[in-house]
Design a binder for this molecule. Structure first.
Ligand code: ADP
Ligand code: ZN
Ligand code: ZN
Length: 733
């Protein structure tokens, strides 16, 4: 018997919450889109934009399958590299592939818009127009002028140039109606070749040179940890290491924290090389983002600077990936596809067979341990660049400081002295708003968010209480909702109150506040940073936004308030993050001629970790923390995954997690921690509970996740609750 004719089936990644590809028949036209092309497909009773992932000959009954509706791309939009990255992310994070693809694509492509870069619009003469007599237009002088100009430039003239020459658009459209000229879109021309270097780089120090040579000498996939103290010139290492690659027309992808993507940073890259630099950050319009994406894909951009999601930028000629401030929390996405851009960067470099450099003065313990174990090449910069020296860290014992006073007299004196020397001081407090608590002195009532189990923060300038978890706002009550008393007060200090306090104490001084509230207006962050860069004497007041990567040349003192909270946190990463933050803030001081000084205010001055930190050596702190982690098998010595349920009632989530939390059937060695109500038990009106999976190695952990997901998929309660999985979770609250 002859074999039955097989059917060609398209495997399509569709943005639906199911962890699978979907089967479709080719469209009625018989057109067969290649893998990587977008198409429109019927899904339930909707039309969705999906991406063809592959073709398959299928013997199965295909009468139930629907044909795709429309092919959008004639050429694949995604190349094999990006498709492989999506496959990896989908499998590693156990996430629906269609949603991974949707996360990766710029919004306009996700919506099905054409993947076209706007070319230049040019007015050109038609054959008829070339021989037209200008004198025929004596009564229309503007048209005459336009015609003459175009006859002098038979190759055509850009529309914007004609507008600049005062040729009116109406004149040109009248000529168009006569059939003498046409408006054509032409590809924008590549810029004329110039020499690569736009400035002379500084001579690298010995350690910088060794790092540059190591990176330049690597062949194929090589992960590096560039472990350099603050101000040691890591950026200079990136710049010099990438030069030969740029000379070969290769592209460099650089990931930075959002706040690091300021005009100052972009300029530093633009100033060095004569190559187009594009920056992809949250301030772009959808169209700008699409253009950046497409220019990277066409190989037009030599350097692509971007935040977390830029890890998904297509590259025509990939040369190297750099993750600056690789410890930064913003590299982890906290909803939807909960990916770590740092980890995907390493994975993508492996797929592309290129080097990847993770740079940090305070690397995450996970990264540091990989370097110590020899999995990453460990490059060290132990000295500051130029003549700068590391700052001195001093402990400021604040046990006897009254609770309402956030800043000690000694710290205030140090700030005054600094200003008198015409230098800048930074006061760091990682809490925005005026004060974090409003309460009743008579009955003890406290203002809590209606939707979350957290206190509302008082924002004095807005005259509102705001929840920092869900954004809910309300007016300040005049009377206590508990007892009616008008004896209400506030407790604690945020940056807004700190600014007010400092202004009262030092009325003549210039204060630059940098936090999410003070920089909400477009351009205000850049303006504040510009002032700080100028070096004029001032007090910088701010949150962690001020801690990241900045180089303020005249900043010589940092006062760190309330920093020891992290050492006492219930989150096992609390001490690591507190240590990183303190050293990063300290690292902003003394970056040029004058040595830096750092006062760490503490109400727990006896804490052993604080004393390790005072030596200013992150590696010593890391030794202590890694020792603890090893003893209890927490990352990086074990691996975590978190299942979190959000439900209308607290017992729903707990009983769902309780039902699936059976060790039976799980790979050996995998432990279950919980279920427990989340530390922040209620958020946005939903009760949250969570279950942690801890595995000694990744493979059994991933098998355990599969088992747990299968249990969730078949549990009736799971349909009534929202739940998500977070592999390598950072946020355990
Ligand atoms: P990091 O990123 O490690 O904090 P940067 O790359 O910002 O450090 O360098 C700190 C400062 O030192 C910058 O002003 C930079 O221009 C300067 N610098 C870096 N390397 C050198 C060098 N080899 N010679 C002189 N100055 C340097
Ligand atoms: Zn009361
Ligand atoms: Zn809230």
């Amino acid at each position: 018997m002859p074999p039955s004719p097989s059917t060609l089936v398209l495997k399509v990644a569709v943005p639906a919450p199911l962890r699978q590809l979907f089967d479709y028949l080719p469209g009625r036209s018989g057109e067969l889109p290649a893998p990587g092309c977008r198409c429109e497909v019927p899904f339930g009773n909707r039309m969705l934009i999906g991406v063809v992932w592959g073709h398959q000959q299928s013997e199965v009954e295909s009468s139930k399958l629907k044909p795709i509706r429309r092919v959008i791309d004639q050429q694949p939009l995604l190349d094999e590299d990006l498709m492989a990255l999506c496959d990896h992310a989908a499998s590693y994070y156990h996430h629906p592939i269609g949603d991974v693809v949707a996360t990766m694509l710029p919004v306009l492509l996700r919506q099905g818009n054409e993947a076209l870069l706007p070319g230049r619009l040019e007015w050109q003469l038609t054959a008829q127009g070339r021989f037209a007599e200008p004198s025929a237009l004596n009564r229309a002088p503007r048209q005459q002028q336009a015609l003459e100009l175009l006859q002098q430039h038979p190759a055509g003239l850009p529309a914007d140039m004609l507008a600049g020459l005062d040729i009116q658009r109406t004149a040109l459209t009248s000529l168009e109606k006569k059939g003498w000229v046409v408006l054509r879109e032409v590809e924008s021309k590549a810029p004329a070749p110039r020499s690569l270097m736009a400035e002379v780089p500084p001579t690298p120090g010995t350690e910088q040179l060794a790092a540059i040579k190591a990176i330049q000498g690597s062949k194929g996939f090589t992960p590096f940890l560039l472990d350099g103290i603050t101000g040691s010139g890591k950026t200079e290492v990136y710049l010099q290491a990438m030069a030969p690659l740029l000379a070969e027309k290769k592209q460099i992808l650089v990931l930075v924290p959002e706040i690091g993507l300021t005009p100052q940073t972009v300029r530093r890259f633009e100033k060095r090389f004569n190559v187009p630099v594009i920056s992809l950050h949250s301030g772009l319009t959808d169209r700008e983002r699409l253009h950046g994406w497409l220019r990277a894909r066409r190989g037009e951009a030599g350097i692509i600077l971007g935040t977390r999601s830029a890890i998904f930028t297509p590259l025509l000629q990939p040369g190297m990936i750099i993750v600056d401030e690789a410890h930064d929390g913003s590299l982890k996405q906290q909803d939807g596809l909960r990916y770590s851009a740092r980890d995907l960067a390493v994975w993508r470099a492996r797929l592309l067979d290129i080097p990847v450099v993770l740079g940090s003065a305070t690397p995450a313990l996970e990264t540091l341990q990989l370097a110590r174990a020899g999995r990453y090449r460990h490059l060290k910069l132990s000295e500051r660049a130029g003549n700068a020296v590391p700052p001195t860290l001093l402990l400021e014992d604040c046990r006897s400081l009254p609770g309402r006073q956030p800043i000690s007299p000694n710290s205030l004196k140090a700030i005054e002295e600094t200003l008198n020397k015409k230098q800048q001081a930074l006061v760091f407090l990682n809490r925005r708003g005026y004060s974090p608590l409003i309460h009743c002195h008579d009955c003890g009532w406290e203002a809590e968010c209606r939707h979350c189990s957290v206190h509302m923060t008082w924002h004095k300038s807005d005259n509102r209480l705001i929840c920092h978890h869900c954004g809910a706002q309300q007016r300040i009550p005049r009377h206590c909702p508990g007892c009616g008393s008008s004896n209400l007060g506030d407790a604690g200090t945020g940056t807004e109150k700190l600014e007010e306090l400092l202004k009262a104490r030092l009325p003549d001084c210039n204060i630059i506040r940098v936090d999410r509230d003070s920089t909400r207006r477009k351009g205000s962050l850049d303006a504040a940073l510009k002032k700080a860069h100028s070096g004029a004497p001032a007090i910088l007041v701010g949150t962690q936004m001020l801690a990241k990567g900045h180089h303020f040349p005249n900043l010589t003192l940092a006062v760190i308030l309330d920093a020891d909270g992290g050492f006492l946190s219930s989150d096992f990463r609390g001490p690591e993050h507190a240590g990183q933050l303190i050293l990063q803030v300290a690292g902003r001081t003394g970056r040029e001629q004058v040595a830096g000084r750092v006062l760490i205010q503490s109400r727990h001055p006896e804490h052993p970790l604080l004393h390790i930190l005072l030596a200013g050596d992150y590696n010593k702190l890391a030794d202590a923390l890694l020792g603890e982690r090893r003893d209890i098998g927490l990352p990086p010595f074990g691996h975590l995954a978190l299942i979190r349920v959000e439900a209308a009632k607290i017992d729903q989530g707990m009983s769902l997690l309780g039902d699936i939390a059976q060790l039976e059937g799980l790979p050996e060695g995998v432990q279950l921690l919980g279920p427990i109500p989340a530390p922040i038990e209620r958020r946005q009106g939903r009760f949250r509970s969570q279950l942690l999976l801890l595995g000694p190695d990744r493979p059994p952990l991933h098998r355990a996740i599969d088992v747990m997901l299968a249990r969730l998929d078949s549990h009736p309660l799971a349909r009534k609750c929202r739940w998500h999985l977070d592999v390598d979770p950072v946020d355990l609250l």
